[in-house]
Design a binder for this molecule. Structure first.
Ligand code: FPP
Length: 317
């Protein structure tokens, strides 16, 4: 028996479903190694940024004197560090953890940790674009986070709304396209409106794709995918024999994005916390003890340098 082929419309024609905004450009290019300066004016051309220069074979860290940030390479004669990456992950996902502990260690209240964490978001988003990362997914709010004290939840929602409002000019300047995954209908209306405004305003941007995971749960995402497949079967658009990994993938919030190459988790915790459970199957994991509010571009660069040294095997020899 011949089954109908699952048709996926061109990305730009897709409506934005509840949990997902559409994405116009989706490329599966492999990203070569890059050497990237931190300040825009000192940036060495790399993939997607107008040209590419091959680094010396086998050389990942600069041999020039290094000081400042935990042995990271940089040109001692220049005010801006220059990082050398073995290869750049196309998609980086981050579990931003440790805001509460950061605040506690400073005798502050938890929400001050979240405020400081929003600064790290700004810094890392800018760095990711400059380093040539194509997709950056940030776990900003989980389905479980709704169970936190009311005051903390409303502060987080306020921070999110302010971030979306205040950061729009910066996202435009840096050519960042915003997307979101999760149960977006759970968000307060003013946050949702700001989110959709930001997604709409940045839709033509061609640089970094920043994906905010909001009211997100990996298990809920998988269950929603199962429901979506069952609906298609009931409607006669699909036969159960057609269910395979690729088809299942088409029913996830993340259907337009490649799986993450690198997962970063801050604050030293060794768990996935219900984040991208399907998508992280072959992702490289980097856990740092640094608390999220302290995590800035140099720590992000350190994670990318570590990734560049890894041999990915995808279950093969
Ligand atoms: C985990 O730290 C962090 C969160 C639940 C929220 C992350 C939010 C931000 C970084 C700020 C706002 C985000 C954006 C996108 C502007 P935790 O509170 O669980 O820390 P703890 O484990 O030390 O208590």
């Amino acid at each position: 028996m011949k089954f109908p082929v699952l048709r996926v419309p061109p990305l730009q024609d897709l409506p934005a479903p509840a949990g997902l905004a559409t994405l116009a450009s989706f490329r599966h290019e492999s990203r070569p190694a890059a050497q990237v300066g931190i300040e825009g004016s000192r940036r060495t051309p790399c993939d997607g940024l107008g040209g590419y220069r091959e680094p010396e074979p086998g050389l990942r860290l600069s041999t020039r004197p290094a000081h400042g940030v935990r042995g990271l390479p940089f040109d001692a004669m220049s005010p801006a560090p220059v990082y050398k990456f073995g290869k750049i992950p196309k998609h980086v996902a981050i579990i931003m953890d440790g805001n509460g502990r950061w605040a506690k260690a400073k005798s502050m209240i938890r929400v001050q940790g979240h405020r400081a964490g929003a600064e790290s978001v700004r810094d890392v988003v800018k760095a990711a674009g400059e380093f040539g990362v194509k997709y950056l997914t940030l776990y900003a709010f989980s389905v479980e986070n709704w169970k936190r004290p009311k005051g903390e939840v409303s502060t987080l929602m306020g921070l999110l709304r302010n971030f979306l409002r205040d950061e729009l000019p910066e996202l435009m300047k840096n050519n960042v396209r915003l997307q979101a995954i999760g149960r977006l209908s759970d968000l307060p209306e003013n946050v949702r409106d700001q989110l959709h405004e930001c997604i709409r305003a940045t839709r033509e941007n061609t640089g970094l794709i920043l994906i905010l995971a909001l009211s997100y749960s990996g298990r809920v995402e998988i269950i929603e995918a199962v429901h979506s497949i069952m609906r298609e079967i009931k409607l006669g658009h699909l036969d159960s024999a057609q269910i395979d990994e690729q088809m299942f993938n088409h029913h996830l919030y993340t259907r337009y994005y490649p799986d993450p190459d690198l997962l970063i988790r801050t604050s030293g915790e060794m768990r996935l916390s219900n984040f991208l459970l399907w998508q992280l199957s072959y992702t490289e994991i980097y856990v740092t003890p640094t608390l999220w509010p302290d995590f800035r571009r140099q720590h992000f660069a350190e994670a990318l340098i570590d990734y560049g040294k890894r041999q990915r095997r995808f279950g093969l020899l």
